[in-house]
Design a protein around this ligand. Structure first.
Ligand code: G3I
Length: 379
């Protein structure tokens, strides 16, 4: 932090950075997340090509040592697998799978039906007009069939549908819904059940601690069961902040999902420590020094009071997860280390966030240690 002429500048009333205080004192080469939680749930992580390829061997080794399940961050999305109609490219997905299998990890496929990262042609007919219900369902079936044929039983969990609800519990307006119609979720899960008979079928979404959205997902599962549509699990993403959601809201949502009679997966966990920037989405911080200082305040390191808040938050979250271990299949982190997190580039590009359990040098943080310690509090 900058020093002013009159002494140390304690801007924004934060303690100064003390990197050592933010690091674990336990030896992370001797203790792993996966082992520590082995009797409760699996601990997974989302990885990308830098990890499962040759680019970052230290991260690859760390993932192999700490986690026992993996999700490909982008490689199983429609845009990655079938950018052109009928042209399937499994190069990246296969490299990911080879890494996962070499380390004996469970594989989570993410994701088939989503409104992002789907090429435009999927929703169009040959004349570039909107596809019909039959055309889109046929395309989806062809895509699923190609995935099933290629992957077989090497993918144990599939996010069949991602993010279909608005926060108030209404159905999100997407091309999937508009074209196929109001029963599209039934149709999609029926097709998935047909093509992935051995995999667990998951509905995945964020902000499921909000009562309207949480109840909509519980109702979806109940409706599926009444209509004979198979669903095996709910994935609750858990892109959290330091204060939000409350532990009570998290606890209530995990209870509600367990009560719906399906497995529960915490599927994309991270903790954003930066000031909210939703209103500044897309802003170019390099053009506005004042805004940059406001929205990206920890470019050098994380002040020790914020690091402590984050560590406490991670411990508290895992204490709640551990209490729900009977129904919780897994907790998956959305990235290996702070440097890998999507939150460095969203909603504003080029920020320095500290959203995960290992720092940019892959050192275990206090947050990691609190997660380890939380397991013994709930034995
Ligand atoms: O692959 C292109 C590359 O060719 C190009 O040069 C580069 C230029 O920006 O972009 C690359 O694509 C990026 C892609 O990640 C692969 O790295 C996209 O711009 C970028 O937007 C995309 O972001 C991903 C995002 O989903 C897309 O919506 C994030 O990595 C990924 O972490 C994020 O994950 C989502 C989950 O799928 C669903 N839940 C929310 C979660 C966080 O947004």
């Amino acid at each position: 932090m900058a020093e002013s002429a009159s002494g140390p500048a304690e801007t924004a009333a934060h303690a100064r950075c003390d990197t050592a205080a933010g690091l674990a004192t336990l030896d992370a080469t001797k203790v792993s997340l996966a082992q520590t939680y082995a009797q409760k749930f699996k601990v997974g992580v989302a990885i990308n090509g830098r990890v499962y390829g040759d680019e970052d061997p230290a991260a690859a080794a760390l993932v192999g040592a700490q986690f026992n399940r993996v999700t490909a961050e982008n490689e199983f999305k429609w845009q990655s697998l079938e950018r052109q109609p009928g042209v399937l490219d499994f190069t990246q997905a296969d490299a990911f799978l080879a890494y996962a299998e070499q380390h004996g990890m469970e594989v989570h496929g993410h994701t088939i039906v989503w409104h992002h990262q789907v090429p435009g042609w999927v929703f169009q007919n040959d004349a570039a007009a909107p596809a019909t219900r039959q055309q889109l369902l046929a395309r989806l079936e062809q895509h699923m069939s190609a995935l099933a044929k290629h992957f077989g039983s090497r993918v144990q969990y599939w996010d069949v549908v991602n993010e279909a609800f608005n926060d108030d519990g209404s159905l999100r307006d997407t091309p999937w819904r508009t074209i196929i119609g109001a029963d599209y979720l039934d149709q999609v899960f029926l097709l998935a059940g047909k093509h992935f008979p051995d995999a667990k079928l998951v509905y995945n979404d964020f902000s499921l601690e909000k009562p309207g959205k949480r109840d909509a997902v519980v109702n979806l599962v109940q409706g599926f069961k009444e209509r004979g549509v198979r669903i095996d699990a709910i994935g609750t993403q858990a892109h959290f902040q330091l204060q939000s959601p409350t532990l009570e809201a998290l606890d209530a949502s995990l209870s509600a999902f367990a009560g719906a009679g399906v497995e529960v997966l915490v599927s994309e966990l991270d903790v954003d420590v930066l000031p909210p920037a939703y209103k500044n989405q897309g802003a170019d911080l390099s053009l506005d020094a004042e805004l940059s200082a406001q929205l990206n305040p920890y470019t050098d390191c994380l002040p020790s009071d914020v690091a402590e808040q984050a560590a406490r938050r991670w411990g508290d979250l895992f204490e709640v997860f551990a209490r729900h271990s009977e129904h919780l299949h897994s907790v998956t982190l959305w990235g290996v280390s702070d440097g890998y997190s999507w939150l460095n580039n969203w909603p504003v590009k080029g920020r320095t966030n500290y959203a995960l359990l290992f720092d940019r040098q892959l050192r275990a943080k206090q947050s990691w240690q609190r997660v380890i310690e939380a397991a013994s509090r709930t034995r």
